[in-house]
Design a protein around this ligand. Structure first.
Ligand SMILES: Nc1ncnc2c1ncn2[C@@H]1O[C@H](COP(=O)(O)OP(=O)(O)OP(=O)(O)O)[C@@H](O)[C@H]1O
Length: 250
């Protein structure tokens, strides 16, 4: 088994706690290896978004540690944020800008050289079929187009770790395929992708490993085959497997 505390890991979460009126994340341990596509599953309210918001530095934990590519994310949040891209399920973009201007703006925040930013913007717009809209103001864009612009913006500084909360919700089949292709391409280039999804087939097809969270804890982890074995006989599809694992943890 790999050393759990090496910098070969993109993300190490230990004993993470966050409570609102009741515990949302309740002693979570999670390790994501560098360069893997990791799918995070769990029923509504399981604590996935709360966990990822803490990893992205948007929310402080009550207890626990978060290590991103070997750096203590709670002690060095700015350094950690440089490495991580966070794409929420309701991303914000600036309506008064065009996609091209938005990417230039974000690249500027990260001090990416203008020529590099323009080249990356062109590649991302091509992959996401945004090229025809690159110079149109975002104000009239559909939800799916806005999601794709937000994704392009999050990727323009070439982050090592890409964290996405439900990135395919609301996308049509074509856009979903484009987003999946971009994410696959990033992993092939050496990045780490951590993605929550309720679309089990997406997790099954795209993720190298899947973690299942329930009640703020990791209740199962592995490849689909490993999860299926853990869920026991009768678990045929990923849906059967998921429901069996979650029922076990209830
Ligand atoms: N800002 C907040 N204030 C109060 N409670 C919150 C807040 N954010 C999350 N919670 C609660 O924490 C729990 C976990 O929520 P979270 O959004 O992390 O779950 P999730 O696994 O992402 O769910 P979903 O699949 O529905 O998006 C829920 O009970 C939720 O109501």
């Amino acid at each position: 088994m790999a050393d759990e505390t090496t910098t070969a890991n993109a993300l190490e979460i230990r004993g993470l706690y966050k409570s609102f009126d009741k515990p949302a994340v309740a002693g979570l341990d999670l390790t994501v290896r560098a360069g893997e596509f990791y799918g995070l599953l769990g029923p509504n309210g399981a604590g996935k978004t709360t966990t990822l918001r803490m990893v992205a530095g948007l929310l402080l934990p009550d207890a626990g540690t978060i290590t991103i590519a070997g750096r203590d994310a709670l002690r060095s949040p700015v350094e950690a944020k440089r490495i991580v891209a966070w794409i929420s399920d309701e991303p914000m973009i600036y309506d008064k800008l065009t996609p091209f201007e938005y990417l230039e703006f974000v690249a500027g925040l990260w001090s990416v050289k203008a020529s590099t930013a323009q080249e990356r913007a062109r590649q991302l717009f091509d992959l996401l079929d945004l090229t025809p809209h690159a110079h149109t103001h975002c104000s009239g864009f559909s939800k799916g187009m806005r999601q794709k612009v937000a994704l392009a913006g999050a990727l323009v500084h070439d982050p090592e770790i890409i964290i996405l909360d439900e990135p395919l919700t609301g996308l049509d089949a074509g856009s979903a395929r484009q987003v999946k292709r971009v994410l696959r391409e990033r992993v092939d280039a050496g990045a780490t992708v951590i993605m929550t999804t309720h679309i089990l087939e997406v997790a099954e097809r795209m993720a190298e490993r899947i973690g299942v969270i329930a009640k703020g804890r990791l209740i199962a982890e592995g490849t689909f085959e490993q999860l299926r074995r853990q869920a026991g006989h009768g678990a045929g599809t990923l849906e059967d497997t998921f429901l069996a694992l979650v029922a076990e943890a209830a």
